[in-house]
Write a protein that binds this ligand. Structure first.
Ligand SMILES: Nc1nc2c(ncn2[C@@H]2O[C@H](COP(=O)(O)OP(=O)(O)OP(=O)(O)O)[C@@H](O)[C@H]2O)c(=O)[nH]1
Length: 867
């Protein structure tokens, strides 16, 4: 019999029968293949008796089970036929109850579920009551076992349900509910596998293969997408696609970037600190004091902006050309991996010495004299200066616009004379008080009609105190009431004796108004200069003194500098006071411009970084950095001096200073209410023993103590003795700032006794303590470098460095008195801390600070010994 005939007989489709035959191990080529008689008999025995039989109960059970466990698969497997029959099952009933609808989506969902179930495949089938059999093409048959059994026993890991859904054959061949036999061993061979299920599986497998082929063929992207369509549901698939696209894009991107460009990208990545990748030019650098931000940045191979940023992070706002704190520079360099070597070159004034050091052979040449005109009010100082300038300067520079620079030079018989334009002894002494000696010769103007007046005497005293020779110009001789002889007499009383009278003082009778004897006066000046043998070497680097300085609108700070040594040139690096820089231009008084100025010439200097003070030394140094260092060190010293500063000379410490050998002479400025008193005082002082120290009255005048008196005292290291007079307010303030000791008396004896006691070291100054502030110790720290530091809270007043000392008080009992070692707010050293703030205090040589201690900050006010 042929296959289709048997199929007809048993009521099956030829196709189904062919499958069954295959399972039975009977190969058939087609539905018309002939079958052996025994095979036909077996088939008939197997299928023929079932015709018309069936148990509703069993059917129900099967349907229910199938619905629970493998509905989708059965639908898929049925392929719409419902022909698969199990023992006692009525295919028709099943088909009617659940109309087969191939639903790919549902299959896919189920497929996922199957995955989960496969993962749980270790669970015995008896527990679930279901058998999941993988499709034969995916199952790895276990030798010696029937296909179904081997499929059921196949390890779940081998199953690839994502690609080929595997309808569990066992679903459709449920074990009887009461059967204790495991489902896998249930006799389910005839209906174990439904052909349509195989078809679905092969379809999926085919899709996979196709996809693989496409991948291999280079159409990776499209194929992957296609494959995904097959195997990935909805959202998951979208995500996967997006990821794939991203990967592809990244890959393209990476391939497009050259190695070099990738490096660049890293370098410019915002978060990467530039400092880590910019290689310093040098491995080690030398740090020198005064190094600017710019110089440091160059040295460490960084952008100045980055260094400035780092400084800002450390709380320092510095510009490019400001010099850096060495410690901080060291830290930054270290951070950048640059080794630092701090060169400690000569600093400050030491450096100044080096800077001023000139190795050339000294060849001093005669230099012009520098003259200052002094005299009493209205005696004609300005008129004389003007007369000289007009006759001499105007003659030379006809039509030239003269500049006011505070000094000018004239020429007579090929020789120059420099006049300082600020007449009067005040300016002269102010300059001297600053340690500047600029004047070589003083022209003392005395009006012939007025004679010697108080300021004439003052001028004499000031000039004498400075050891400057005086040439007397007896002015206004054109006036009918002029009395030259009277003037000479009066001057003789003050030790100015005319040459005509056998003395040494040159006296010239002039008239500023009529311009009489001006040349003679100038000739005398030159003569005196010859006597003085004024010399300087013009080849040296310039050194001078600031005569005056101002802020010019167009030029910035301009200082008139009197060159005293060497030659000042445009472009020279200089240091003046606490400023430094380079000379940009030189302006002479006669107008125009100069490229250089030699000894005794006064020039306006342009290119200053600030306005210096009159009397400051102007020094040309090797380079700008050196200049800057000196300037900074000076500024530091100046600040320190402001904080400390004892009196220059005072009666209180006179004895100590005599002992130290500091003082060999005590200069005195005496001011009294009446001439008689001042003279009496001067005489009494003169009589004091002078073995230890010589007493010298440098000025003895009548009237209140003036600023000029204080200046003279400051310039000469003198003490001012006031007898029945008071200092003018301005003079008192100046005495304070110049630290000049003013002693006021109303009894001559007291003044003498004090001076005597001071000379013998017996004068006991009286001091009164004044508490400036009190701070409570809250906590004590041991700081490695600073030692014991007390974290304090200022209870009242101010804790200040500018104090005489501190006292540690514990339970109202002073336990230590000493000096303040450090005063800090956070990390910064501060000068003072006000009430209500916290601070760190270190007490010099005292480490036994305890919480609860009170630190008193006090100052000792000196009380004038006697009045
Ligand atoms: N007759 C005459 N008058 C003169 C002479 N020199 C100056 N005067 C006059 O004296 C007055 C004062 O002259 P100044 O040159 O201002 O005197 P000073 O010393 O500069 O005065 P202060 O600047 O106030 O200290 C002016 O009115 C001048 O005209 C002179 O040689 N003869």
């Amino acid at each position: 019999m042929r296959v289709y005939e048997v199929a007809k007989k048993v009521g099956m489709e030829s196709k189904e029968l062919m499958a069954e035959l295959k399972r039975m191990g009977v190969p058939v080529a087609s539905h018309s293949s002939a079958l052996d008689a025994d095979v036909v008999a077996r088939l008939l025995a197997k299928f023929a008796p079932q015709q018309g039989l069936g148990g509703a109960g069993a059917d129900d059970k099967t349907a229910t089970r199938a619905g629970r466990g493998g509905e989708g698969f059965r639908q898929e497997a049925d392929g719409g036929g419902g022909h698969v029959k199990s023992t006692g099952a009525k295919a028709g009933a099943v088909s009617l109850e659940e109309p087969p609808k191939p639903d790919k989506r549902r299959i896919l969902i189920k497929k996922k579920k199957t995955e989960e179930e496969i993962e749980a495949a270790a669970v015995p089938a008896t527990e679930t009551g279901l058998t999941h059999a993988p499709p034969p093409d995916l199952a790895h048959p276990v030798p010696g076992l029937p296909a179904t059994e081997s499929a059921a026993a196949a390890p779940p890991a081998e199953v690839k349900p994502d690609i080929a859904p595997s309808p569990p054959a066992g679903i459709l061949s449920p074990a009887p509910a009461e059967s204790p036999v495991p489902a896998a061993s249930v006799e389910a061979k005839p209906a174990a596998i439904a052909t349509p299920a195989l078809d679905a599986a092969s379809e999926a497998a085919l899709a996979k293969k196709k996809a693989e082929a496409l991948f291999e063929g280079g159409e990776a992207k499209g194929a992957r997408e296609k494959a995904k369509k097959v195997r990935k549901p909805g959202r998951e698939r979208d995500e996967e696609e997006a990821r794939a696209r991203e990967d592809a894009a990244r890959w393209d991107d990476l391939r497009a970037i050259s190695v070099h460009r990738r490096d660049d990208r890293v370098r410019h990545a915002g978060t990467t600190p530039v400092t880590e990748i910019t290689k310093p030019r040098k491995k080690g650098i030398k740090l020198t004091a005064g190094m600017t931000v710019k110089e440091f940045a160059e040295a460490v191979g960084q952008r100045p902006a980055d260094i400035m940023k780092k400084l800002m992070e450390s709380g320092q706002m510095l510009t490019l050309n400001q010099s850096m704190n060495l410690e901080l520079a060291g830290l930054i360099a270290e951070e950048l991996g640059v080794k630092v070597e701090v060169t400690a070159p000569k600093a400050g004034e030491e450096l100044l010495e080096e800077a001023a050091l000139w190795k050339g052979e000294e060849k001093p040449e005669p230099r012009p004299p520098v003259v200052t005109i002094m005299g009493h009010v209205d005696h004609g100082k300005t008129s004389l200066l003007d007369a000289i300038r007009q006759t001499k300067v105007a003659e030379q520079e006809a039509g030239g616009i003269t500049q006011h620079i505070g000094a000018y030079s004239i020429e007579l018989h090929g020789k120059r004379i420099t006049f300082l334009d600020t007449p009067g002894h005040e300016a002269f002494t102010a300059m001297r008080a600053r340690g500047a000696k600029v004047t070589d010769i003083v022209i003392l103007v005395v009006a012939a009609d007025d004679g010697v007046m108080p300021q004439t005497i003052e001028a004499i005293n000031h000039a004498t105190a400075a050891n400057v020779p005086i040439i007397v110009a007896i002015n206004k001789i054109d006036k009918p009431e002029a009395n030259v002889e009277r003037v000479k007499h009066a001057l003789a009383e003050h030790n100015l004796i005319s040459e005509a009278w056998g003395g040494q003082t040159i006296m010239v009778e002039v008239s500023a108004k009529k311009r009489q004897n001006l040349d003679l006066l100038l000739e005398m000046v030159l003569l005196q200069a010859d006597v003085l043998e004024l010399r300087a070497d013009p080849r040296k680097p310039a050194k001078g003194t600031v005569i005056e300085a101002r802020l010019d609108r167009g030029r910035g700070p301009v200082a008139t500098v009197l060159v005293q040594e060497g030659t000042l040139k445009v472009g020279d690096a200089y240091v003046v006071g606490t400023y430094s820089g380079r000379v940009r231009a030189l302006i002479p008084a006669a107008g125009g411009k100069l490229t250089e100025a030699g000894p005794s010439m006064a020039v306006g200097v342009v290119g200053l970084t600030g306005v210096p003070s009159a009397g400051d030394t102007f020094l040309v140094v090797k380079d700008e950095r050196m200049a800057r260092e000196i300037a900074e060190s000076r500024a530091q010293k100046q600040r320190a001096a402001e904080l400390a500063g004892p009196a220059k000379v005072s009666l209180d410490d006179l004895y100590a200073r005599i002992k130290q050998g500091d003082i060999k002479e005590l200069a005195l400025v005496i001011k009294a209410d009446v001439q008689g008193s001042s003279e009496a005082l001067a005489v009494a002082i003169d009589k004091l023993p002078s073995e230890v120290v010589k007493l010298r009255v440098i000025h003895n005048g009548v009237g209140g103590i003036t600023e000029t008196d204080v200046l003279l005292a400051a310039a000469s290291g003198a003490i001012v003795i006031g007898f029945n007079v008071r200092p003018e307010p301005k003079a008192a303030a100046l005495a304070e700032s110049e630290r000049v000791d003013i002693r006021l008396y109303s009894v001559i004896y007291d003044a003498i006794a004090d001076i005597k006691a001071a000379m013998e070291g017996l004068l006991e100054p009286t001091f009164k303590e004044r508490v400036l502030g009190r701070a409570e110790v809250r906590q004590v720290f041991n700081v490695s470098k600073a030692g014991i530091i007390a974290g304090c809270y200022v209870l009242e007043g101010t804790m200040t460095r500018a104090s005489s000392g501190v006292r540690v008080v514990r339970d109202h009992v002073p336990v230590y008195q000493g000096k303040l070692a450090s005063l800090r707010r956070f990390k910064d050293d501060v000068r003072e801390v006000q009430q209500g703030y916290e601070c760190g205090i270190g007490v010099e040589n005292f480490s036994d600070l305890k919480a609860g201690d009170i630190i008193e900050n006090f100052v000792l006010d000196r009380i004038a010994a006697k009045l």
